[in-house]
Design a protein around this ligand. Sequence first.
Ligand code: HEM
Length: 452
Amino acid sequence: PGIYEELLLDLQGNILKGHGRDHTVHLFLQFKPGQVEPLKDWIREFAKNITSAHQQAAEAELYRTEKIAGKPFINFFLSHAGYEYLQFRPFQIPGNQPFRFGMKNDTIRNLLGDPVIEEWEPGLQEEIHALLLIADDNLVSLLQTVNQITRTLYLMAQVVHREDGFILKNERGDHIEHFGFIDGISQPLFTKSDIQKAKTSGDFSKWDPRAPLSLVLAKDPNGKSEDSYGSYLVYRKLEQDVIALLDAEKDLAEKLGIDKELAGALMMGRFRDGTPLTLADKPGGDYGNDFDYSEDEKAYKCPFHAHVRKTNPRGDTGRVISSGESFEDALKTERNHRIARRAVSYGETDYTNSTSTGSGLLFLCFQADLENQFNFMQAAWANASNFVEWNVGVDPIIGQTGPGADRNQKWPVAWGKPEKSDQSNTFNFGLWVHMKGGEYFFAPSISSLTSI
Ligand code: HEM
């Protein structure tokens, strides 16, 4: 317990568990020239305010269960350019390959199918050195905290971009995203209390959500000890075209002679209320997260392209792809690609195309290895029309086809239920999620910042 306590006191608080606050502000900082020493002084002082994993666990218990307004939640992340600006030597900078070169480099190399950088939000096209995440249940005190912090930074850093996010909820209070689907149900779980909660809400017979700390923790070369850890963070602004998705849902429903909710589930892999499509053909099933696709090997129930099946195939890679590996080994490899998602929504759900700011998801995820986790999931699973079998199409929610793709671009994606059609039947899914920019960051250990 001593070792874990040390680890949790030194680890930032959003990694093992989401901060859970209703409102969030993300400030993207570009350090001003010639401010290395003042910035180091600022970081040393500021780091005392960072919410540790230890504090976050205690606060989750205290504030969220007792419904008392909590303290602001604060985390601080550095990009590779930020480490370089602060004059860290190469061996002192976390060395994961995609982090070293930055997200813009992966976009230029067309690794992730992203739109060209010139189409990103102008602020995200800038060189970004750091990201500040500030969250609070109380919006007024959140904005006060943000103002206080930006005032102290004024001479040393410019806020080149800002995002204001929040937890979107349906009428029942469930956490959803702008397309209306419940989100955040399936996550790798790290903490004892989260695992216990999952155990009591269903059994683990089909899907074990537990994950080792090695899934998200990466050594921090600058911490106070050999056992100092941080984590790599992927940040992507993903705009959602809600009207286009609803239109496509209607078209697909007409084509198949099914209702719209089922058509939507054929894209997501779950109904809007979270019911997994592989277990039920209508919403209302209280199945939680205890399922895999072992009884749906031919994807007659849940298409292979469905978003949740693409991003967590739950054993498909071992069953379908004959790589010579044993099923258990394949499952282990597959589970190593998981990510800890920490997204929040932005903007008002746009049902009319009338808001100019748009709406979407501020996608954040933590991992130990960018290449093997987020990048692999996006490029080798979601974007690949031949995963998990040949010609199943890209992920209709997040699949990306590369630069030049626009709102009118469509590509065929197979769907099929044996009683209605066969797998060769296709439907033109469009692009409803538009990547508007992002960056890779590292969440340094708190001790590396207080002693910078
Ligand atoms: C699950 C929506 C982007 C990876 C889900 C779920 C929804 C959803 C509704 C089901 C709830 C749950 O299982 O927790 C969206 C939307 C996105 C988006 C609307 C974009 C606007 C992404 C991206 C990735 C991703 C960019 C990674 C490349 C996952 C994973 C799961 C998931 C790993 C869990 C699947 C499982 O374990 O069964 N998403 N998502 N999502 N999503 Fe996304």
